[in-house]
Design a protein around this ligand. Sequence first.
Ligand code: FAD
Length: 399
Amino acid sequence: MIFLSLLRICLLIAPAVHSAPFLEPAVQADYDAIVIGGGPAGLAATSGLARVRRNVLLIDSGEYRNDPTRHAHDILGFDGVTPAWLRFAARRQISDYGTVDLVNGTVTEVQPQKNNTFFKVLADYPGNKSVSFTTRKVVLATGMRDILPTTTGLAESWGKGIYWCPWCDGHEHADQDLGILARLDSAVTSVREILTLNTDIVLFVNGTDTPANRAITEGKFPGWETYLKLLNVKIENRTLASITRLRDGATPYADPSLPTHPEHDLFEVNFTDKKNPILRNAFFADFPSEQRSKVGENAGVQLYGNKLAADGAGGLVTNVPGIFAIGDANSDNVTNVPHAFFSGKRTAVYLHVQIERENSLAQIAAAGKRDVGEDELQKLWARMNVPSDVTHARERFEV
Ligand SMILES: Cc1cc2nc3c(=O)[nH]c(=O)nc-3n(C[C@H](O)[C@H](O)[C@H](O)COP(=O)(O)OP(=O)(O)OC[C@H]3O[C@@H](n4cnc5c(N)ncnc54)[C@H](O)[C@@H]3O)c2cc1C
């Protein structure tokens, strides 16, 4: 009787064990995923993977595209915070999950192994420390780099009165005297983007108002000259010599709980002819950009234009099975923080399920008492990459 009571007590206090029996994963590697880049895209992917206890390493070299800007905008719940605060808040939460490592470093090479069944990732950590890890999947969240003209004064003011997109900083300069810095064809189409915010507009096209470019512009935007006349938008074709800041419109003492505050910058635009400088409060600019990193391309990832080609129906996987591309760097051709979040989450969901799909196939095969050797796994993997095969992973997952 005493024994039975003790047994009952023991059963009551014993922790319930619900875990599935351990089954070997299809592939052994240090990590389920290595995320390269710790901007909003890489952080979003890492968060999505952490939530399902994936073993993830995020390596970040810390050269963020929006680093120069005063505030990040149009990010729900975080409108108007500094980009650094946004990353800090995300990192603080993500690092609370036990299966994630966030480190500073630069990935130097991604080497596909055994028909892309896993990857070797080489990186340099601070202090000249070289490391290498194996991983089942790689997420490229490496971002883009803006190629700024060498015009004196421009780079210093990039993101601080010379801004990149209307949603980024346009509202802070609403109703001010605006300049658009771009080639003729792009400057003209930019007018339509900004008209709800500014009406006193000068296009600084820096010598690109030529007959050939006028024809290109007409092809893109028939009737553009009439349109500019109707809006009283002027074209300034002289070659830019410098953009000199006369006033700093930063608002360090403004209420940080509010999303937007006017920023009253003032600039003087000087030309190579040294005549008649023009004053403007702000500029909306359109400059080219390039991949921040070559690691994806060097690992065999194809480019679409200057973007890493990613398949939206396949969780943003690239042509190299197992390597995904998200954020600004990928071919969605959408470049903002909400897209970085979305694409990171999209890949996290897909990648998670894909790993378990591979595991389940290998485990079922092993349970069938067949000796699943390396060759068979290779064959299975090859099958899974054929779109017409039933094992192909092009299934859509609802996120
Ligand atoms: C001036 C400016 C202002 C902007 N303002 C806004 C705004 O207000 N709102 C908005 O929604 N969007 C804004 N944007 C756009 C926004 O910055 C991008 O859409 C966003 O940063 C994309 O995130 P990402 O993670 O893809 O890239 P990034 O934020 O650029 O992050 C990429 C990261 O990858 C790292 N990396 C690259 N190669 C390697 C490597 N080999 N190893 C390790 N790490 C590597 C980089 O160092 C970097 O940390 C702005 C852009 C600019 C230029």
